[in-house]
Design a protein around this ligand. Sequence first.
Ligand SMILES: Cc1cc2nc3c(=O)[nH]c(=O)nc-3n(C[C@H](O)[C@H](O)[C@H](O)COP(=O)(O)O)c2cc1C
Length: 211
Amino acid sequence: MKVIAINGSPKREGNTYHALRLVLNEIEKEGIETEMIHVGARQVQECIACGMCAKNKDEKCVLQGDDLNLWIQKMKEADGILLGSPIHFSGISALMKAFLDRAFYVSSNNGGLFRHKVGASVGAVRRSGGVPAFDMMNRYILYAEMLMPSSNYWNVIHGAAPGEVEKDEEGMQIMRLLGKNMAWLMKVVDEGKKTYPAPEREKKVRMNFIR
Ligand SMILES: Cc1cc2nc3c(=O)[nH]c(=O)nc-3n(C[C@H](O)[C@H](O)[C@H](O)COP(=O)(O)O)c2cc1C
């Protein structure tokens, strides 16, 4: 089994990286492979709402210039997806928003590539605004019919300078517990799928509320 972690910070080894590492360390202890992708390593373009991913149905975004299509395939092949973002103005980073909009739009327009995978999110914040950003990432996970493990608080850790989150003992416990629960849920789901076939994916009912 494998977990793909997404680091949505512009900093390669900032607090988001450290938060993700705390979760991944526990997952690795349970014998699950992990890989962290730093989406901030290159500029990620935002979704232009062209709808080509729905038209082409080739599991790709037509925009060029970043590795989004490679990352989508890595997420599709993984059993678990862990999202991590720094908190920018009480929300996720612009980089993370651009990544999530495109990746999850391609997924939903191509049969639900992340459906029934285990998914969780974490946020790194100096002081406040962590929970709205955490909620925001969770909404992508819930939209995609993914399965979400929890911890003993909302998954937010505090720190300003890179690495400072490791002074937040409560935050560190939240990350550790999330890792343990995520690894456990992945194993339960993996075993459970052998006994209980997943429900059929339903075609989306769309209403625009214009009449
Ligand atoms: C543009 C920007 C906006 C920020 N907004 C907030 C905020 O709303 N609340 C807060 O407590 N910290 C805020 N911060 C601080 C970061 O959330 C904090 O330093 C975090 O640990 C950065 O994670 P990183 O090292 O992974 O980038 C902001 C930082 C930046 C650069």
